[in-house]
Write a protein that binds this ligand. Structure first.
Ligand code: IMP
Ligand code: MG
Length: 190
């Protein structure tokens, strides 16, 4: 399917809006069960996870708090700089709380590793991870993802919060930008 109805004809759909909705609802149900009776704080990693976190939070049937944390691990290129920077910190302490990091995608895993270590120094009760996407082929460190939406191939994906040079975050699906260069790969999901 081609996304020309929203003026992004160069983006091929990899994971449809319906498939995302179904998976996010299932993740919300699992989180609801696992955290029943506890003080859950969702930490949405900006900017990429803002759309996912908005949907996920509405599929969790528990009282919860939402915090935002701005991280930058990429420039405008498609490969990790390996350097992670906090651009905007949490507004409240997380000491004694059950923290669930909400990430758009775990690629090399460097961002997640940095973030987990950073949050653990703030003495939360627990830290777990919920990621919409994971690219296992590009892992550079072992990533423990407690709730995962989809595994994707080693292709650069956009949409549903994810950007390429700040574009495409508003697409309602996850897709890949069609490349014309030889050797470019078509993606698949598991
Ligand atoms: P990591 O540190 O390599 O795991 O990269 C994590 C961050 O890089 C994610 O939170 C995204 O913001 C960004 N990123 C990684 N892969 C992609 C992609 O395919 N599309 C868009 N952003 C990506
Ligand atoms: Mg990004």
């Amino acid at each position: 399917m081609v996304a020309d109805m929203i003026h992004a004809p160069e983006v091929d759909v990899l994971i449809s809006q319906a498939a995302i909705q179904e998976r996010v609802a299932a993740m919300g149900r699992a989180i609801t069960q696992d955290y029943a009776g506890r003080e859950l704080v969702l930490v949405s990693v900006l900017k990429g996870s803002f759309v996912f976190c908005a949907d996920l939070s509405r599929s969790i049937e528990l009282p919860l708090a939402i915090e935002f944390l701005g991280l930058k691990s990429y420039g405008d290129s498609q490969s990790s700089s390996g350097v992670v920077q906090i651009t905007s910190d949490l507004a409240r302490p997380i000491e004694g709380k059950d923290v669930l990091i909400v990430e758009d995608i775990v690629d090399t895993g460097l961002t997640l590793e940095y973030l987990r270590k950073n949050l653990e120094t703030r003495r939360p009760r627990s830290v777990k991870v919920c990621a919409l996407l994971h690219k296992p082929a590009r892992s550079r460190v072992e990533s423990n993802i407690d709730y995962l939406g989809f595994k994707v191939d080693d292709v650069f994906v956009v949409g549903y919060g994810l950007d390429w040079a700040e574009r495409y975050r508003n697409l309602p699906f996850v897709g890949c930008v069609r490349q014309t260069s030889p050797g470019s790969k078509a993606g698949s999901v598991q």
